[in-house]
Write a protein that binds this ligand. Structure first.
Ligand code: NAP
Length: 354
């Protein structure tokens, strides 16, 4: 991946939804970024928060003029920013994106509103009408490792979901090298509690999830399943409908997915499987293909997705097992959003992330 020359001026970044978990991580990353800076933090609250009170780790780091959030005013944001990140719930993001785009801003949306290319599928999965089908058609799905060519100059980036990022990176090399069958792909996924956002919910109360571990949601019917299916189908060039089962891990951040697939050729070797991963990711700065098995402690706080692959034999059957670990708030959300910003503005893709 060639690194372009560093820019002379910093890219100015706004965040709408700056009081949420992804918003906090975005601010933190932008403050460390050599070629970008946070210039406008926007909130819908009547009483506008000071982000240093909201997130004490920002004390002494945020410019006092930026630290107090301002209203979500597209024209005002466009005066002070080149790009705006939407760290908002789905439905809220598409309420703001059109006016922000009309004001001339690049938009990187961390919600699900622009991820599914089919309006009908979005409306079925999220059970709300899609309010912005015109921009949906132009949104670029931002996994740089798979679809990098679409990012430079993009005006609207749909930042992928946390679970779908790990699943896509884990399975794509096997599909693109035709090493596995496209049926019976099973994704066993586990996420830390920040994956559910900062607003309080009874099952996310500390005594409820602490010392516990369980699957959740409608098994096979989680909202991320169609997004994973869409990406895997795009890579394979044919429909893929994986089984996806999420679990809540009693840790604050981190995702581990264990994915089971059937080899296309029963004589395939583990060396051939590994070669496909090396071929796909040898030059990728944020994907580490490992011989040992990754854990969430290896990736939390980083933008890496760590992958391992194994071929197992049981009876007459062979199974390909892929392990993927990432930080849900980094490669699964804000880290990938910064990586996408770097790609959109043709900055070095690793800037602010290593
Ligand atoms: N957390 C993760 O690991 C993760 C990973 C991948 C993708 N995502 C996605 O990223 C998005 C943000 O996630 P998050 O975890 O940061 O959520 P969060 O912690 O719940 O924060 C949501 C933010 O949106 C603001 N907000 C809520 N409703 C709004 C509205 N109608 N208008 C304007 N602002 C509104 C909130 O403001 P108040 O503080 O004033 O309520 C808060 O700043 C979600 O779509 C989520 O699915 C999250």
């Amino acid at each position: 991946m060639p690194d372009p020359a560093p820019p002379r001026l910093k890219t100015r970044a706004a965040i709408v939804g700056c009081t949420g978990y992804t918003g906090f991580v975005l601010i933190d990353l932008l403050l460390r970024h050599p070629y970008a800076e946070p210039t406008y933090l926007a909130s819908h609250r009547d009483e506008l928060p000071d982000l240093r009170d909201e997130f004490p780790p920002l004390l002494g780091r945020l410019d006092p003029e930026v630290a107090v959030a301002r209203p979500i005013d597209a024209e005002a944001i466009a005066q002070e920013a080149d790009v705006v990140f939407l760290g908002l719930p789905h439905k809220a993001a598409m309420a703001y994106a059109p006016t922000l785009l009309d004001a001339g801003l690049r938009v990187i949306d961390l919600s699900a509103d622009y991820r599914l290319t089919s309006q009908a599928l979005y409306e079925e999965v999220y059970a709300v009408p899609h309010d912005d089908p015109a921009n949906l058609a132009d949104a670029v799905y931002g996994i740089p490792e798979l679809f990098r060519n679409e990012l430079p100059g993009a005006t609207l980036v749909a930042n992928p979901g946390c679970y779908p990022t790990a699943a896509a990176l884990a399975v794509a090399p096997l599909l693109s090298h035709a090493l596995v069958k496209t049926s019976r792909i099973t994704i066993n996924a586990n996420s830390g509690v920040t994956g559910a956002g900062r607003s309080p919910k009874p099952h996310l109360h500390f005594p409820e999830f602490n010392q516990d571990y369980r699957a959740y949601g409608t098994i096979g019917g989680h909202r991320h399943q169609p997004e994973i299916a869409q990406t895997l189908s795009r890579v394979a060039g044919k429909p893929i409908d994986p089984l996806f089962v999420p679990h809540l891990l009693p840790v604050d951040r981190g995702i581990l997915e264990t994915i089971y697939l059937e080899p296309a050729d029963p004589d395939v070797t583990e060396v051939e499987l590994l070669a496909a991963f090396d071929d796909a990711y040898a030059d990728e700065p944020f994907v580490r293909v490992r011989e040992d098995l990754p854990g969430i402690k290896d990736v939390v706080g980083t933008n890496f997705c760590d992958l391992s692959v194994r071929l197992t034999e049981h009876g007459d059957e062979k199974t390909v097992v892929v392990f993927a670990a990432e930080d849900n708030m980094m490669k699964g959300a804000s880290g990938q959003a910064i990586q996408n910003m770097n790609a959109v503005f043709e900055l070095p893709e690793t800037a602010g992330l290593l």
